[in-house]
Design a protein around this ligand. Structure first.
Ligand SMILES: [Zn+2]
Length: 298
């Protein structure tokens, strides 16, 4: 199977799954460790199950815009409907739609948290135990039981604001405080790509639409979980990663309930990305195979 076909199959199966439930799941055979299951949680959120280990990345199940001046409240029922166990939670950056549910999950399920100092300071403030926190700043290579992760410094994508496009202002939280955690507490705090190695399978997660091109060297990935914001950027990252399979995320309307599904305009954006990928692949002329089976019930 050609790369393009693999990518499109994955993408369209994901599109198909929108009809019933935003959550979708894929199983990939790894060379050395058997089955790896991927479950999309909406927005940039994923659950990866490898053996008995559950890894979450940017899980955000509450959905909805955080009220900047009010205390943040996680929708605990919505979180627990999707997540029952979590050994690790990786945070790509610290905006609310990526980490606002992280403290609740970490406290409830005892998960280890890996994120910037902004993320870990917010977690500490929320009452997550210090022993659960690993603060990263880019460049680390972390080894865990059964997998390893390279932390790659990245950039936030440019967002449309008042007719122009620009990156959100960079802000950090450098120490915990007495609380409460407000909607405005979730500042960016730096953006990171996580490059996982599971046996021989390599998987990259992009939390926001930006990246630092020089940092993409040697990040060839079997699976890429990408946030496609800009056509040219997508071409650059795909050429660097040469993935066999791409799953796009962060195109659903995370401000709305998961029950409302994905707006038509967002679906069209994802389809446009699929066509772009197709064009890029023809230029690359690669010929790789992939094995992905989708399970839409879980
Ligand atoms: Zn963001």
């Amino acid at each position: 199977m050609k790369t393009t076909e693999a990518i499109l199959i994955a993408l369209y199966l994901l599109l198909g799954s929108w009809q019933g439930d935003l959550h979708a799941q894929a199983r990939v055979e790894t060379a050395t460790q058997g089955s790896l299951a991927l479950k999309w949680l909406g927005n940039a959120g994923w659950e990866i199950q490898i053996g008995q280990t559950i890894i979450l990345i940017d899980p955000f199940l509450t959905r909805g815009e955080a009220n900047l001046g009010a205390e943040w409240k996680t929708d605990e029922a919505a979180v627990l409907k999707a997540i029952q166990r979590a050994d690790y939670i990786f945070a790509g950056h610290s905006h609310a739609d990526h980490i606002a549910d992280l403290p609740f999950i970490a406290k409830k399920l005892g998960s280890k948290v890996i994120g910037s100092r902004t993320t870990t300071n917010i977690a500490l403030t929320a009452g997550v135990d210090k022993s659960q926190l690993v603060t990263i700043s880019g460049g680390e290579k972390l080894d865990f039981k059964g997998f390893s992760v390279q932390v790659v410094e990245s950039e936030h994508g440019e967002l449309k604001r008042r007719g122009g496009k620009r990156r959100p202002k960079f802000e950090e939280i450098t120490k915990p405080w007495s609380g409460p955690i407000l909607g405005s507490s979730f500042v960016e705090g730096g953006c990171y790509l996580y490059y996982f190695t599971f046996g021989k399978l390599r998987l990259l997660h992009q939390s926001s639409g930006g990246f630092i091109e020089d940092n993409l060297t040697n990040l060839r990935s079997d699976i890429a979980l990408l946030y496609p914001l800009d056509r040219n950027d997508s071409a650059t990252i795909l050429k660097a990663l040469q993935p066999q399979t791409v799953y796009v995320h962060h195109f659903d309307e995370w401000r709305n309930s998961i029950l409302e599904g994905i707006p038509e305009s967002n679906s069209r954006r994802a389809q446009r990305f699929a066509r772009d990928v197709n064009a890029i692949d023809k230029q690359m002329g690669t010929n790789l195979a992939t094995r992905v089976d989708w399970i839409q019930e879980w």
